[in-house]
Ligand binder design. Structure first.
Ligand code: UD1
Length: 420
């Protein structure tokens, strides 16, 4: 497994371009299965999870082509399989997002239980219950979900007990080709869901209520497809701003929409840095100073995103003062704490609450990446720390950050990737 070696003690400075959103790309790629005509998607990030999604579509028989601008075109007329290979599904939890589109368009789908980051028990009961509400028959057998329908799926009112991002997306996609109207209540509000709805509507769906807790899908008989450009990645944006906050640096993120990360920007402002932004850029200037400690509690959008919790734990580890970080979305998402302690962070952990007493410096050592966002957090810690940090199992970071090392180099970081 590859590792990263970081020579730390660098205050990051400069500007960089933010890539397309991972969490928007994955449902949109699954949504290609709904369209009879060709679909083209632009601004897909070059990431392991996107590659896995494309392999998954290819394994079903979707004909894919990628041009020099990295526009991905899909033609689903060649689909010959309605069973996904478990080895691909096992790589990524978002693989479950093909369930709704396959079932709705082709009448059946066999998908194994998905894998992904080891951040706790991540059930898919809400996805399955949603499909059943739309009239699907679901059999769970030998680790596989076998879904089928007789006739078209039928519109229904579905009240989600929790605003799950993936379940909202899967149900929306299943409902696009259902007969009649589907109302999804208490749905997730994440900007990536708005992006998915814009995309599906551009391709022929009839969905309203994007960005509200009540989405209405008026089923259509078919979707023709077309073109869509994926939004920029708000978690990537905020990760680089966290790198500025932790290293006393000054970073400007370009092609980054500040309106999607208001809760995070509010916290960056509280660290004491100068935060400025325009329509599609954000700058954080720490003026060489340590951040002030800031309490964080994660929650569904528009609250503070769980995907930024690990990175902010690093900011707080180097802050002036004491902060409490509370994780409410996933049950096992503070894996970075143990590694940060090895680097000299003072963190007391009580279940999903970390109490962090900021220290003036971290010290480089040998640590292990455990999941996507925890890996990004360790990289930020390594760049800020004195001395050399080695991060094992760095492949996790490739699932979610396009050209991570190159972009950090551009900002002055000293990072090398080594095969182990
Ligand atoms: C998505 C994001 C992920 C982010 C998460 C929360 C993608 C590809 N991934 O993941 O980066 O961290 O939202 O913002 O967009 N749950 C159930 N039953 C279900 C579904 C979910 O109990 O059927 C629980 C999960 O275990 C978890 C919580 O709901 O505790 C949130 O999960 P969900 O919103 O579904 O996250 P994902 O869509 O997996």
């Amino acid at each position: 497994m590859e590792k990263l070696i970081i020579q730390g003690g660098t205050s990051l400075k400069g500007s960089l371009e933010i890539s397309g959103s991972k969490n928007s790309s994955l449902p949109i790629l699954a949504g290609m299965l709904l369209c009879e005509g060709k679909t083209t998607v632009a601004n897909l990030p070059h990431l392991q999870d996107v590659t896995t999604s494309l392999e998954l579509l290819g394994s079903l028989g979707v004909e894919l082509s990628i041009d020099e601008n990295r526009y991905v075109e899909a033609d689903t007329r060649t689909v010959h399989s309605l069973a996904t290979p478990p080895e691909l599904v096992g790589k990524m939890r978002a693989s479950i997002l093909v369930l709704g589109p396959m079932l709705s368009r082709f009448g059946e789908a066999t998908v194994s239980f998905p894998g992904g980051c080891a951040i706790g028990n991540r059930p898919i009961d809400l996805h399955i219950a949603g499909m059943e509400s739309l009239g699907a028959e679901i059999i769970i057998e030998d680790g596989f979900i076998k879904a089928s329908r007789k006739g078209r799926l039928r519109g229904a009112t579905i009240i989600l007990p929790f605003p799950s991002v993936g379940a909202t997306e899967n149900i929306i996609m299943a409902a696009t080709l259902a007969e009649g109207t589907t109302r999804i209540k208490n749905c997730a509000l994440e900007p990536e869901i708005i992006d998915l709805i814009k995309c599906l509507n551009a391709w022929g769906a009839n969905i309203s209520g994007a960005g509200t807790s009540s989405i209405v899908v008026q089923g259509v008989k078919k979707m023709d497809g077309g073109f869509f450009r994926v939004m920029s990645d708000r978690i990537e944006t905020a990760t680089y701003l966290a790198a500025a906050a932790a290293t006393g640096g000054k970073i400007r993120t370009m092609r980054a929409d500040p309106s999607n990360i208001s809760a995070v920007l509010e916290k960056f402002r509280k660290t004491g840095g100068d935060l400025t932004f325009g329509v599609d850029w954000i700058e954080l200037d720490m003026r060489g100073k340590r951040p002030k400690a800031v309490n964080i509690t994660t929650g569904p959008y528009p609250c503070f995103p769980t995907d930024m919790q690990a990175q902010f734990t690093v900011v707080n580890s180097l802050a002036i003062g004491i902060a409490q970080v509370t994780e409410t979305i996933f049950e096992n998402r503070l894996a970075q704490v143990q590694e940060l302690r090895c680097m000299g962070a003072k963190i007391a952990l009580n279940n999903n609450v970390a109490v962090i007493t900021g220290v003036p410096k971290l010290t480089g050592t040998h640590v292990m990446a455990s999941d996507l966002r925890a890996s990004a957090a360790l990289v930020i810690a390594g760049v800020a720390a004195e001395g050399e940090t080695t991060i094992d199992e760095i492949h996790h970071v490739d699932r979610g950050y396009e050209c991570f090392e190159e972009k950090l180099h551009q900002l002055g970081a000293k990072i090398t990737r080594l095969p182990s």
